[in-house]
Design a protein around this ligand. Structure first.
Ligand SMILES: NC(=O)c1ccc[n+]([C@@H]2O[C@H](COP(=O)([O-])OP(=O)(O)OC[C@H]3O[C@@H](n4cnc5c(N)ncnc54)[C@H](OP(=O)(O)O)[C@@H]3O)[C@@H](O)[C@H]2O)c1
Length: 295
């Protein structure tokens, strides 16, 4: 086992105080869990990426349980400083970051554990994870860019899994997952319909991604955006939707997906309203929709 020089860390832990104006996080100094367990890896964090989920958890809005005062954050990139004596897949100096869903390695695990909710997250200068929960990060990306891959990047990639050149994807919003999905979709030769609540953002995206051009819809100005998607696809519908809206948009997303197409449910940005889902089952059956959440 390599022995680390560092024994303590700085970390941002949730205060769990939701009083308006009070800090949601506090910076703490704490001892690292040393010596390392046989399959544990100590990482010096170089960059973390912030996602919608982090703000949601900090503000007490996570739809799943969270343990008290947990360290926030679930997207990070860092350098391996030390490894336990049984670690086989990583070595000192490697670039790595933890996966978010640490009990979902084979898909057959019975336990569930998400970073920053069921266990400590990554907003710290040093983190320790089992090697099973870590992935190597590419050498050619700088730390900041690499930090977006483990959660937002993998989410976007898995949302698009199985799509092939020439197919059409509807991507909702211009947030982290959506822009990552947009880049992957274009690299894979998919046609993109992008929605946003802001004309300005849509204009910026059209300029940035001009060749081949993307189609855009302002979903806040056009409540019937699903009909517009159908118009843009000759009435057929898209092959896949990267669904970030959740209950308010899911049925509409299905209505503008082609028969037998895929809706990849990645987000839950809208306020849940059971009325929005009344047409869910008839729409799934009518459109032969594959509703999924891959990872
Ligand atoms: N980031 C991750 O790693 C990750 C992983 C798994 C799941 N998710 C989930 O995926 C969703 C998006 O996450 P994110 O981190 O990409 O968020 P984000 O960066 O905060 O982006 C959110 C964007 O989504 C758009 N939006 C907001 N409300 C919407 C609605 N009702 N319908 C359609 N679009 C809406 C807005 O885009 P405009 O301003 O352009 O309108 C907003 O800027 C969240 O529910 C999150 O929990 C995220």
């Amino acid at each position: 086992m390599s022995s680390p020089q560092v024994t303590r860390r700085r970390a941002f832990r949730r205060t769990d105080n939701y009083t308006p104006g009070r800090p949601r996080l506090e910076l703490v100094w704490e001892a690292l869990a040393l010596p390392l367990a046989p399959t544990a890896v100590l990482i010096k964090v170089h960059a973390v990426a912030l996602n919608y989920r982090d703000a949601n958890i900090a503000n007490g809005g996570n739809p799943w349980p969270v343990i008290p005062n947990v360290i926030l954050g679930n997207d990070a990139a860092g350098e391996v400083l030390a490894v336990g004596h049984k670690v086989k897949t990583l070595a000192v100096g490697d670039r790595a970051g933890p996966i978010t869903d640490t009990e979902n390695i084979s898909g057959r695990e019975v336990k569930r554990s998400w970073l920053a909710a069921d266990e400590d997250g990554v907003m710290a200068d040093h983190i320790i994870f089992d090697e099973n929960a870590l992935c190597k990060l590419p050498d050619h990306l700088d730390w900041v860019v690499a930090a977006i891959i483990p959660c937002a990047g993998v989410t976007a990639w898995s949302a698009l899994k199985g799509m092939v050149i020439g197919q059409t994807v509807l991507i909702q919003g211009t947030g982290g997952v959506s822009v990552f999905a947009l880049k992957l979709a274009r690299a894979a030769g998919l046609r993109v319909i992008l929605t946003s609540s802001s004309d300005e953002k849509l204009e910026q995206m059209k300029v940035k991604y001009s060749n081949p051009s993307i189609m855009t819809i302002n979903y806040s100005q056009m409540p019937g955006w699903d009909k517009e998607v159908l118009k843009l696809t000759n009435g057929i519908g898209v092959d896949i939707v990267v669904e970030t809206g959740g209950s308010s948009s899911l049925v509409k997303s299905m209505r503008c997906t082609r028969r037998g197409g895929v809706v990849s449910q990645v987000g839950y940005l809208s306020r849940p309203d059971p009325n929005d889902l009344r047409e869910l089952i008839p729409t799934i059956i009518d459109r032969r929709i594959n509703l999924r959440r891959d990872r």
